[in-house]
Design a protein around this ligand. Structure first.
Ligand code: SAM
Length: 258
């Protein structure tokens, strides 16, 4: 009410209502301009190629600024952010279970989560596939302090410090590689994809999920595939499935090579 100077409270003695009325009208106009500018920017960002490109660059810059995988950032990630993605981990774990059981015709095998962070996805997968061995790998020892709480005494679920670009696994030894929200942090994605292709068994598969806004575009991924010694068609970009949170994600799928 006060904003537009129409309310009883807004009328000062001595006819000041006209002044307040004009100020209010000006504020209203500025607000409408601001809303229109935000809407216009939103439309440009969502529906034009340069707009989408600029938004992606901005999002990546912002993300690299908040990237903090040492203490206290890793504690904040483990306590505050990872729980927000609970639904995503549930649907990714379902995808993992489906892929693994169809390919192997049993619920065993070796699964590696690249950039596992505090280990929430590993826990989801371990609860669905009780016969599989699951290794969570991460560059950050401090993230792995959180993840380590979920390791099992029999070694079925374990965590190792390592780089996606230099995997500590033998050739053709892994049935399924999975990753969430980590790929855009990999300093050398081509080396990481070459390593993924190296460690996958012929019948294996890699499912790499990342936020659509931060993930590589199809042309960027084609260059990465080439630098990794793969064909552009070897890394297939798909929409992630599984509800509202998943709809903001894309997934890259790579089949194991003979
Ligand atoms: C945003 S967190 C995501 C953690 C977890 N995957 C999740 O979905 O909650 C990104 C993780 O990727 C890890 N990371 C970044 N670069 C990596 C690399 N080259 N190799 C392995 N892990 C890496 C970071 O240490 C961090 O724990």
């Amino acid at each position: 009410m006060k904003l537009f100077g129409r309310g009883k409270d807004a009328v000062p003695a001595g006819g000041g209502s006209t002044v307040i009325g004009r100020t209010g009208a000006r504020r209203g106009k500025s607000l409408r301009r601001l809303v229109s500018a935000v809407l216009l920017l939103g439309i440009l960002a969502a529906f034009t190629r340069p707009g989408r490109r600029a938004t992606r660059i901005l999002a990546r810059r912002l993300d690299s600024r908040v990237e903090c995988f040492t203490e206290p950032g890793s504690s904040t990630y483990a306590r505050v952010f990872a729980p927000l993605f609970g639904h995503l981990y549930g649907s990714v774990a379902q995808d993992v279970a489906r892929e693994l059981t169809t390919r192997r015709r049993n619920r065993g095998g070796t699964i590696v989560d690249l950039g596992c962070g505090p280990g929430d996805l590993v826990v989801e997968i371990a609860s669905r596939l009780k016969e599989a061995r699951i290794v969570g790998l991460d560059l950050s020892p401090s993230m792995l302090l959180w993840a380590g709480r979920h390791a099992t005494a029999d070694g079925r679920v374990r965590f190792v410090v390592g780089d996606a670009a230099e995997l500590p696994f033998n050739d053709a030894s892994v049935d399924l590689v999975v990753s969430t929200l980590s790929m855009h942090h990999w300093e050398d994605p081509a080396d990481a994809f070459a390593e993924i292709a190296r460690v996958l068994r012929p019948n294996g598969v890699a499912l790499i999920y990342d936020l659509g806004l931060l993930a590589y575009t199809p042309s960027e991924m084609a260059e990465i595939a080439e630098a990794a010694g793969l064909e552009p068609g070897d890394i297939v970009r798909e929409r992630a499935r599984g509800g509202l949170v998943a709809s903001f994600f894309v997934r890259f799928k790579i089949e194991g090579f003979e």
